[in-house]
Ligand binder design. Structure first.
Ligand code: 5GP
Length: 208
């Protein structure tokens, strides 16, 4: 295998854009062992489908604040009254061992990563329309009406940030969106900036 560091892929999209479903499809159909999905810490309550340590690390507010204080998070944000953050160590370990890491995070967190991590690639997943997004959020039936309303308002603000990202995936169908994500990750793997070690080696063999 080529000796290269993994790429950091930041995937954002409003609640209701279907990014969780697209990631599920991507990992089932397209991912190889060299892609890792970062597990975030959060203070929100677990949903019935959540598993602690698998979908999230569920934390109390005090525990979360300690993680911030101890500089354990790559980024964090407050989203709809809860904290969410990316544990730094797991991400760094994977990247250093050549594994690509996907962060599925909301926009404020992604904007922080844009400031701190030059080499990351930023992907925005968007629903085909705002109407479709509202339909998906209401149909999901996992939140109270109050929370849904807050998520819809937040989603509209989030859409105004699309142009800060490198790539856009319009989620018309899950399979199509998942295969587009694979194409983006493959392109990252072939990028010159991610193959510096190989380039150094081959240039050493060139006799001018
Ligand atoms: P949910 O409560 O629906 O699981 O997630 C709410 C939002 O938080 C989603 O947009 C999700 O992408 C985002 N999120 C999940 N983990 C993180 C994280 O570690 N950092 C940030 N900034 N956002 C996150």
């Amino acid at each position: 295998m080529l000796n290269r560091k993994g790429s950091l892929i930041v995937l954002s999209g409003p609640s209701g854009s279907g990014k969780g479903t697209v990631l599920g499809e991507f990992f089932e159909k397209y991912a190889d062992e060299n892609v890792f999905l970062s597990i975030s810490a959060t203070t929100r309550n677990p949903r019935p489908s959540d598993i602690d340590g698998v979908t999230y690390y569920f934390k109390t507010v005090d525990e979360f604040k300690n993680m911030i204080k101890n500089n354990e998070l790559l980024e964090y944000a407050s989203f709809c009254d809860n904290y969410y953050g990316t544990p730094k160590k797991a991400v760094e370990d994977k990247l250093n061992s050549g594994v690509d890491v996907i962060l599925e995070i909301e926009i404020q967190g992604a904007l922080k990563v844009m400031e701190t991590t030059k080499d990351a690639v930023f992907v925005f997943i968007c629903p085909p329309s705002v109407e479709e997004l509202e339909k998906r959020l209401v149909g999901r039936n996992t939140e109270t009406l109050d929370v849904i309303k807050k998520r819809i308002d937040t989603a509209k603000w989030e859409l105004t940030n699309i142009e800060k990202y490198d790539y856009l995936i319009v989620n018309e169908t899950v399979d199509d969106a998942a295969s587009k994500l694979k194409e983006i990750i493959d392109a990252q793997r072939q990028s010159v900036k991610n193959n510096k070690e190989f380039i150094k080696t081959i240039l050493n063999e060139v006799e001018l």
